[in-house]
Design a protein around this ligand. Structure first.
Ligand code: NOJ
Length: 842
C-alpha cells in the first residue's frame, strides 16, 4: 500500500469532516435546483396531451417544456397504486456514443415495491377521482391539487420548482433561469474524476402541504424526530455513506435512505414517497399555515406517490402495501445481542457465553466482526483462532444461542471468491466497464454487483458452502453503502457501472438493499423454512422486508443515547421498525451510569444489541460490577419478560405497518402539544408508555400524557397505582401503562428466548375509567414459515376476564395481575370470573 493510501485510510477513520461530504452548494444538481427555485418566473411545463385508457386505470400524456428555441416533450403517466396516486415523468433521449446506458433509470420500484398493479379511477373535467380522494389537474402550467375530506391538502408545483433537466442539444438549449453549474464536470475536490458522461440530468419538485406544520421521516439523519426548517441551513440529504463518527443534530447523510416524508394533523395524515435512488436533497420551509417541501435528485425519472389518509397508521398501511411489510422476525432476534469488534477466538466466545449464565443474564446471540475471517476474506474462518466453528456453534445451540458473523460486499483481491467474481464478470465496473478496484477493510477489494441477476446463484453457493447446516448461524451485512475508503465521499465513484450499464449515480441509494436482499435469498436457498436474520447498515425503501438495521457508529456519550430515540422512532414511522443503536456507544468508553441508562433505553429498541469498537475497553454487563451489573441484568430480563409484547407488536407490524415503537402523537392527533415529542414513545398499540432517562444524574421524568386516559405507574414493568410524580433511581426504568390495556408477559428467568418457549403467561391488566381493558397476543414457533399460530384477544369487561383464540398454538396462562392485584385462582384456558373491586387500586 502506498503512502497516499495509508494516509487517506488514516484520515478516513478520524472524526467526520464536513469537507468530506458535499454541501448542496457544491453538489452540481442541488446548486442548480436551488438556483432554479430562486429565479424561476413562470413554470415552463404544460400538459399538452392527456389520454385516459379504456380500462379506466391509466393516464398517459405529454408535458411540454417550452424553451426559447424549441419544445422538449416529456411523456408522463398517472395511475393509482394500492389506492394511492402515482406520477411518473421521463424523457426520450437521443443516443450518444457511450458505454453508459443513456436511459434515465426507472427500475427503483423493481427493488423497492412488491406491488405495482393499477387500480381503477375516474377522470373527467380535469379531475382524477379515486376512493374518497380527488385531484384537480391544471394544464398550464402543470399543477396538481389534492382534495381529501372536502378540502385541499396538498398542491404540487404551486411554487413552480418543477425542474426536469432535459438532454441538452447545444449550449443555448436552456431557459434563462436554468444554471449550468457543474453540468459536465464536478469541482468537489474528491469528485474531480467524475466524468459525468450524461451531463446534467437532475429533477426537482415542490410540494405545498396545507395546514401541516409537523413533518417527519426521510431517514437517515442524526437529528430531531420532527424535521426542521432548512430555509437558512443545509437541506436534508439522502446519500448512503459511511459517515465515521457522525455528529448529532446534523442533516448530513448517513448509511441509509428512505425517501418517504410523512406529516399529520387532526383527521388527515399524508405521505410523499419520492421514488428515486440517486443522491437527493430535501429542503423544508415551514410557514405559518403550510409547509413547503422541495425534493431534488441528481438523476433518474421523476416519480412519486402521494398517500393521503385519515390517520398516520393508515399511511403506514398504504406504504406497506406498496413496499411490503417487515417479515415477522425470528423470535431469537428480538432477544439481547452481544457484539464487539471483536471476540477474538473460540475460547473468548465460549467464555463470554458461559459468563452470561454465571451472572444469570439472558442473551440470544453473540456476534463476530471482521477479524474472524482469515485476513478479512469473507466465507473463510481464521483457522488459528476459529479451528472448529461448528463445535462452537453446537455449544451455543445447546442453550438456544445463535452466532452472527459479518459478510461485507467488498471482497479482497487475490483469493478464490474475488477471482471467481472477476471471471464471472459480476463485479461493479469502473467508468470504462472494467472491474472497479478500491480499498476497504481487507485492503484492495472488488465489489459484487448484486444488481446483476447472475450474481445470485454464485452468492447462493458461497453461502451454502460457508454456512452449511448450522441452523443457529445468521448474518451481518456491513459497509454496503458501499463504503470505499479511497472513493469520493467514502463511497463508489458515481460514474462506476452496474448491470445494464447504469451508472452508480442512478442506483447509489439502493445498492445496500440489493446486497442484503441477495444475502436473504441465499439464506432462503439454504433453508427455506427458517426465517433468516440479517442486519444491514445500508438500506432503502423495501429493506424492511428482509432485514434489521442499526444506526451505525455512534459514540459513548449521552447525546448519542438521546439522539438514538428520535432516529429509531423515525425508522419506525417509515415502516422500518427493526432498528436499534449500538448500546453503550461504538466509539469510546461509557461511564458506568451511561452504560446502565443505555441498557435501560436499549431494551426498548426493536433491535437490541450492545456493540463496541476494537479499541474500546471490554464492557459486557458483568464488567462494570454491582450495583450496575444488577441494574443491567434487571433491564435485560425486563426485555425478555416483554418478549411476547415485542413479538406481538412485530406481528401486527407485519400485517399493517403499525410502528413497533410509536410516537405519542399517533395516540391523539387532537392534542397539538405532543406532535414533536421525541423522547417518549409507546410500544405499538399496547398502551406501554416509555420515557428513558438520557441525562446524567437525572432522577426526574417530565411525562407528557397524550390523552385523558388513566395512566398507571409501570416502573420496571411492575404495575402499581395510578402514576404520580416520583424519583427514578439508577435502577429504575420509567414506564407507564395506559388504562384499558392488557399486556402478556413471561416472567420466569431463562437463559434464552428459546428456553422460554413453554413458559406460561402472566397477563397484566390496567383498567380504564369504566373498568375495561383489552389486549392481544400472537404466538407461533418463532422461527419457521409454517403458518401454525394462535392469535389471542384478551378482554376485561364487567369484572370478567375472557379471551378468545384464533388458531391453535401453545398458550398457557399462569396468573393475572389486575391493577396490581395478583389473581391465580382460575383454570387454564377457560373463561374466568373475578369479583374484585378494581377501584381499590385507583
Ligand atoms: C463499521 C461498522 O459500523 C461497525 O459496527 C463495525 O464494527 C466495523 N465496521 C468493523 O466491521
Amino acid at each position: 500500500m502506498n503512502l497516499w493510501l495509508i494516509l487517506s485510510l488514516f484520515t478516513s477513520i478520524l472524526a467526520v469532516k464536513d469537507y468530506l461530504f458535499k454541501p448542496c452548494e457544491q453538489n452540481g444538481f442541488c446548486n442548480r435546483n436551488k438556483h432554479y427555485s430562486k429565479n424561476v418566473e413562470s413554470s415552463p411545463y404544460n400538459i399538452n396531451e392527456i389520454n385516459f385508457n379504456s380500462e379506466g386505470n391509466f393516464i398517459s400524456g405529454i408535458i411540454h417544456k417550452s424553451l426559447p428555441s424549441r419544445t422538449v416533450k416529456l411523456p408522463f403517466e398517472i395511475s393509482i397504486i394500492e389506492g394511492n396516486f402515482r406520477f411518473k415523468m421521463n424523457e426520450n433521449r437521443q443516443d450518444i456514443n457511450s458505454i453508459v446506458n443513456i436511459n434515465r433509470y426507472d427500475e427503483t420500484p423493481k427493488w423497492a415495491f412488491i406491488n405495482t398493479t393499477n387500480d381503477q379511477f375516474i377522470y373527467k373535467n380535469k379531475e382524477i377521482i379515486y376512493r374518497d380522494h380527488k385531484v384537480a389537474v391544471q394544464f398550464n402550467p402543470v399543477k396538481f391539487t389534492f382534495y381529501y375530506k372536502g378540502k385541499p391538502q396538498l398542491i404540487i408545483n404551486d411554487k413552480h420548482f418543477l425542474n426536469f433537466e432535459h438532454q441538452l442539444l447545444n449550449d443555448s438549449d436552456l431557459l434563462p433561469f436554468e444554471s449550468t453549474y457543474n453540468t459536465n464536470s464536478d469541482d468537489f475536490p474528491d469528485s474531480k474524476n467524475d466524468k459525468l458522461p450524461l451531463g446534467r440530468e437532475s429533477i426537482g419538485l415542490d410540494f405545498t402541504l396545507l395546514e401541516f406544520n409537523h413533518l417527519y421521516g426521510i431517514p437517515e439523519h442524526a437529528d430531531s424526530f420532527s424535521l426542521k426548517d432548512t430555509s437558512n441551513s443545509e437541506p436534508y440529504r439522502l446519500y448512503n455513506v459511511d459517515i465515521f463518527e457522525y455528529e448529532t443534530n446534523s442533516k448530513l447523510p448517513m448509511y441509509g435512505s428512505i425517501p418517504l416524508l410523512v406529516t399529520s394533523k387532526p383527521e388527515v395524515s399524508l405521505g410523499i414517497f419520492w421514488v428515486n435512488s440517486a443522491d437527493t436533497y430535501i429542503d423544508i420551509n415551514k410557514g405559518k399555515d403550510s409547509s413547503l417541501v422541495h425534493f431534488m435528485s441528481e438523476n433518474g425519472i421523476l416519480e412519486f406517490i402521494i398517500i393521503i389518509e385519515e390517520k398516520p397508521q393508515l399511511v403506514n398501511y398504504q406504504y406497506g402495501k406498496i413496499t411490503g411489510f417487515s417479515t415477522l422476525p425470528n423470535l431469537f432476534s428480538l432477544g439481547y445481542h452481544q457484539c464487539r469488534w471483536n471476540y477474538n477466538d473460540e475460547g473468548d466466545v465460549l467464555d463470554i457465553h458461559s459468563k452470561f449464565d454465571q451472572f444469570e443474564i439472558p442473551y440470544d446471540a453473540i456476534w463476530l466482526d471482521i477479524e474472524y475471517a482469515e485476513n478479512k476474506k469473507y466465507f473463510t474462518w481464521n483457522k488459528e483462532t476459529f479451528p472448529n466453528p461448528e463445535k462452537m456453534m453446537s455449544v451455543l445451540d445447546r442453550t438456544g444461542r445463535n452466532l452472527i458473523v459479518i459478510i461485507d460486499p467488498h471482497i479482497k483481491t487475490g483469493y478464490q471468491i474475488s477471482d471467481e467474481l472477476l471471471a464471472k464478470e459480476i463485479t461493479i465496473k469502473d467508468s470504462q466497464n472494467s472491474t472497479y478496484f478500491g480499498h476497504c477493510w481487507p485492503g484492495e477489494s472488488v465489489w459484487i454487483d448484486t444488481l446483476n441477476p447472475n450474481s445470485q446463484s454464485y452468492w447462493n453457493n458461497n453461502h451454502l458452502q460457508f454456512m452449511k447446516n448450522n441452523k443457529n448461524l445468521h448474518l451481518w451485512n456491513d459497509m454496503n453503502e458501499p463504503s470505499v475508503f479511497n472513493g469520493p465521499e467514502t463511497s463508489s465513484p458515481k460514474d462506476n457501472l452496474h448491470f445494464g450499464n447504469y451508472e452508480h449515480r442512478s442506483i447509489h441509494n439502493l445498492y445496500g438493499l440489493t446486497y442484503h436482499e441477495s444475502t436473504y435469498k441465499s439464506l432462503i436457498n439454504r433453508n427455506s423454512n427458517i426465517r433468516p436474520f440479517i442486519l444491514t447498515r445500508s438500506y432503502f425503501s423495501g429493506s424492511q422486508r428482509t432485514s434489521a438495521m442499526w444506526t451505525g457508529d455512534n459514540m459513548s456519550k449521552w447525546e448519542y443515547l438521546k439522539i438514538s430515540i428520535p432516529m429509531i422512532l423515525t425508522s419506525n414511522i417509515v415502516n422500518f421498525p427493526f432498528s436499534g443503536a449500538d448500546v453503550g456507544g461504538f466509539f469510546g468508553n461509557p461511564s458506568k451510569e451511561l452504560l446502565t441508562r443505555w441498557y435501560q433505553t436499549g431494551i426498548f429498541y426493536p433491535f437490541f444489541r450492545a456493540h463496541a469498537h476494537i479499541d474500546s475497553r471490554r464492557r459486557e454487563p458483568w464488567v462494570v460490577g454491582d450495583p450496575y451489573t444488577g441494574y443491567i441484568r434487571d433491564a435485560i430480563r425486563l426485555r425478555y419478560k416483554l418478549l411476547p409484547v415485542f413479538y406481538t407488536s412485530f406481528y401486527i407490524n407485519s400485517i399493517n405497518g403499525t410502528p413497533v415503537i410509536k410516537p405519542i402523537y399517533y395516540e391523539n392527533l387532537d392534542n397539538g402539544d405532543i406532535y414533536d415529542i421525541d423522547d417518549e414513545f409507546f410500544i405499538s398499540d399496547t398502551g406501554i408508555l416509555v420515557k428513558p432517562i438520557t441525562d446524567e444524574a437525572e432522577s426526574k421524568v417530565n411525562w407528557i400524557i397524550p390523552d385523558d386516559s388513566i395512566y398507571y405507574d409501570f416502573t420496571n414493568g411492575v404495575l402499581s397505582g395510578v402514576y404520580k410524580d416520583r424519583e427514578y433511581g439508577l435502577g429504575d426504568i420509567p414506564m407507564l401503562l395506559k388504562g384499558g390495556s392488557i399486556i402478556p408477559m413471561k416472567l420466569r428467568y431463562r437463559r434464552s428466548s428459546k428456553l422460554m418457549k413453554y413458559d406460561p403467561y402472566t397477563i397484566v391488566i390496567a383498567l380504564d375509567k369504566d373498568g375495561k381493558a383489552y389486549g392481544e397476543l400472537y404466538v407461533d414457533d418463532g422461527e419457521s414459515f409454517n403458518n401454525d399460530h394462535a392469535f389471542i384477544k384478551f378482554k376485561f369487561e364487567n369484572k370478567k376476564f375472557s379471551y378468545c383464540i384464533d388458531g391453535d398454538y401453545l398458550f398457557k396462562l399462569e396468573k393475572l395481575i389486575i391493577n396490581g392485584i395478583t389473581v391465580t385462582n382460575f383454570k387454564n384456558n377457560t373463561i374466568v370470573d373475578f369479583d374484585i373491586d378494581y377501584h381499590d387500586e385507583l
